[in-house]
Design a protein around this ligand. Structure first.
Ligand code: ADE
Length: 253
């Protein structure tokens, strides 16, 4: 799976994502992450990429031209002659592949649909994903209309740019790519499996600061352990995420 991030801060994205589990996944060739510097595509002789908004108002806007040219460069590379998927064209069977054969372009904005695990699962089926990170007060609407396929927010708060949201999404999507996590079971059964939160877990020692590991986990009785974990998941979801609990209850009644 390949991630292409259009940004004014490529180092931020690359440094953040080339460590730990994702760093290893890159080394193993399971995922690829490239950061494309939008500023490299400006035709302005002073390398400017922003300007004042028509009609007035606070702050500066990112201009359409450098964003569009940066996007075009990536799109052409993805569709290049070496790319098998592009050659398959309309025959592409990928469940969520864009019908036009063009890659999905995700614009990170608080005005988008709020990202969740289901979206991560759906996006993990794509071969290429392009993330467009805005800065300043946003991006000229005309280029958004031209290239963006998905408007996504990571929550109802406002950040200074789209880089952190893009990194959050890339992390959540990457861990669903086969073999990125050491065992596939954990990707599936962790928090949000079946709309329930994960049960509590314990490691050695058996007693720490007077707190004992629940007896059932030491019993070796697999069915009892499974039952206990499920009960704990339900209890925890009810206490901490009543919204998710109600959703789960409605499905399981
Ligand atoms: N850009 C600024 N704030 C954001 C948010 N909450 N989600 C996605 N992109 C953003």
């Amino acid at each position: 799976m390949r991630f292409h991030v259009l940004t004014l801060f490529p180092e931020m994205v690359l440094q953040g994502l080339h460590t730990s589990i994702l760093g290893r996944a890159c080394e193993q060739g399971l995922i690829e992450i490239e950061a494309v510097n939008i500023r490299d595509y400006t035709k302005n002789k002073h390398k400017k990429v922003d300007d004042y908004p028509y009609g007035g108002g606070a702050g500066m806007l990112m201009q359409a031209q450098p964003v569009y040219d940066a996007y075009k460069a990536v799109e052409e590379r993805i569709a290049g002659p070496d790319n098998e998927k592009a050659q398959e064209g309309q025959e592409d069977e990928l469940a969520n592949a864009n019908k036009s054969g063009k890659p999905r372009v995700i614009y990170l904005t608080p005005q988008g649909a709020v990202f969740n695990q289901n979206m991560a699962k759906e996006l993990a089926k794509e071969e290429d994903l392009i993330f467009l990170c805005g800065h300043y007060e946003g991006i000229d609407e005309r280029v958004l209309e031209e290239i963006v396929t998905d408007y996504v927010s990571i929550g109802d708060y406002v950040l200074t740019g789209g880089e952190l949201p893009a990194m959050v999404m890339i992390d959540a999507i990457s861990r669903l790519v086969p073999e990125v996590l050491n065992n596939d079971v954990s990707a599936e059964f962790e928090s949000f499996h079946e709309d329930l939160l994960e049960y509590p877990q314990y490691s050695r020692p058996e007693e720490w600061q007077g707190k004992k590991v629940p007896q059932v986990l030491l019993s070796g009785h697999h069915a009892n352990i499974e039952n206990w974990r499920r009960e704990q998941s339900i209890k925890r979801t009810k206490e901490r995420r009543p919204d998710l609990y109600e959703k789960w209850k409605a499905k399981n009644e």
